[in-house]
Design a protein around this ligand. Structure first.
Ligand SMILES: Nc1nc2c(ncn2[C@@H]2O[C@H](COP(=O)(O)OP(=O)(O)O)[C@@H](O)[C@H]2O)c(=O)[nH]1
Ligand SMILES: [Mg+2]
Length: 334
């Protein structure tokens, strides 16, 4: 089973220029998901892994044509690592269970690397936020591959076998996205809940035997351009609106339509959740919401709207039922 994915470079993604054969790794940047690499391998082993990488890096031709190079898998300090040099100075690695055969993953790993890290595609990665999205996306794709192709028992202790459905939740900041996912996965709501600074929340939840992975991404203006990247391969979309914040309806409508017109996401079912109907001034009329957001003009997918309150736990289960009903049309055999 794939346990973790990590990325290492010199801490400057804009300029991929570190020489891994140098001794100085003081600026080294490590990103990993879902766990911190240091929690998995302990500090001593990270440096061992890197030493191993360095030995392999020297003499490689990667610097010339910048083509990714898949390393042979290695077990170092009991850790099973399968990695790829994606540029002269950056490595992506998979941490596997000790008994796993890394070559089972060769095809899917190569496919993912080619999808995102061929020289001409590297340009699109402009910051760590995007990079983290990519890592998570690759992680999920490889996990899906384990489940669906290799037939491993599903990850995260899912009760029943079933494929994983990616549900992408977007919407303006403060709409209640993070509270919604937290309500679903923990049953709790706390208006003073302090959201961790992590830029992404990815959580899983099983409902009616369907395994959902919720992607909850930040809605701040400066991050909205990244939505499209994380949405790739989504099975369903949830758009969250703050029904009590009519002042921002226009802005919210614009962001929704920015995504709806993208051809990449055509056909992906959409559920619009109008949240915070516990507040006295919230707009609770579905009809009016539909007209505010021009929802009747959506023709390239199935969609629905629900008014909800995460705070008062209104219609949360109903929204999950909607997701599993759509899931049954995507995965009829589960
Ligand atoms: N009254 C009310 N407040 C809510 C509800 N859901 C979320 N909030 C509050 O709205 C604010 C933003 O929520 P958050 O989940 O962080 O929104 P996000 O930015 O979309 O992730 C927080 O203060 C929440 O406590 C709701 O159903 N009713
Ligand atoms: Mg949030």
């Amino acid at each position: 089973m794939l346990k973790d994915i990590f990325f290492i470079n010199n801490g400057n993604i804009g300029v991929l220029n570190v020489d891994l054969t140098q001794d100085n790794f003081s600026n080294m940047k490590i990103i990993s998901y879902p766990k911190k690499l240091s929690d998995i391998v302990k500090n001593k082993s990270i440096s061992d892994i890197i030493l191993n990488f360095r030995e392999k890096v020297s003499g490689l031709e990667v610097g010339k044509n910048r083509t990714p190079v898949l390393y042979s898998p290695l077990i170092t300090e009991g850790i099973n690592v399968y990695s790829c040099l994606i540029s002269p100075d950056a490595i992506i690695g998979l941490v596997l269970d000790k008994d796993d055969n890394p070559y089972d993953l060769k095809d899917v790993f190569e496919e993912q690397i080619n999808k995102y890290f061929l020289p001409e595609k590297q340009k699109i990665i402009i910051n760590y936020f995007q990079l983290e999205t990519l890592l998570i996306s690759i992680f999920i794709d490889i996990r899906r591959y384990y489940d669906e192709i290799l037939g491993y028992s599903p990850f995260l202790a899912f009760r029943d076998h079933g494929s994983i459905l990616k549900v992408f939740i977007f919407g303006l900041d403060e709409a209640g996205k993070t509270s919604y996912v937290r309500r679903i996965t923990t049953g709790e709501y706390d208006k003073n809940y302090y959201e961790p600074t992590r830029q992404f929340n990815i959580d899983h939840y099983t409902h009616n035997d369907y395994n959902f992975i919720f992607w909850d991404v930040p809605g701040q203006v400066r991050l909205r351009s990244k939505w499209l990247l994380g949405m790739q391969d989504s099975n369903m979309l949830i758009y969250m609106v703050d029904a009590a914040d009519e002042v921002r309806f226009e802005e919210s409508k614009k962001e929704l339509w920015n995504i709806l017109v993208r051809y990449q996401l055509e056909g992906v079912p959409l559920l619009i959740l109008a949240n915070k109907i516990d507040l006295p001034f919230a707009l609770t009329s579905e009809k009016e919401l539909i007209s505010h957001f021009n929802l009747n003009e959506i023709t390239n997918r199935t969609w629905d709207i629900m008014t909800i309150s995460v705070a008062d736990n209104i219609n949360i289960k109903k929204s999950l039922d909607w997701l599993s009903e759509k899931a049954s049309t995507i995965l009829p055999d589960v």
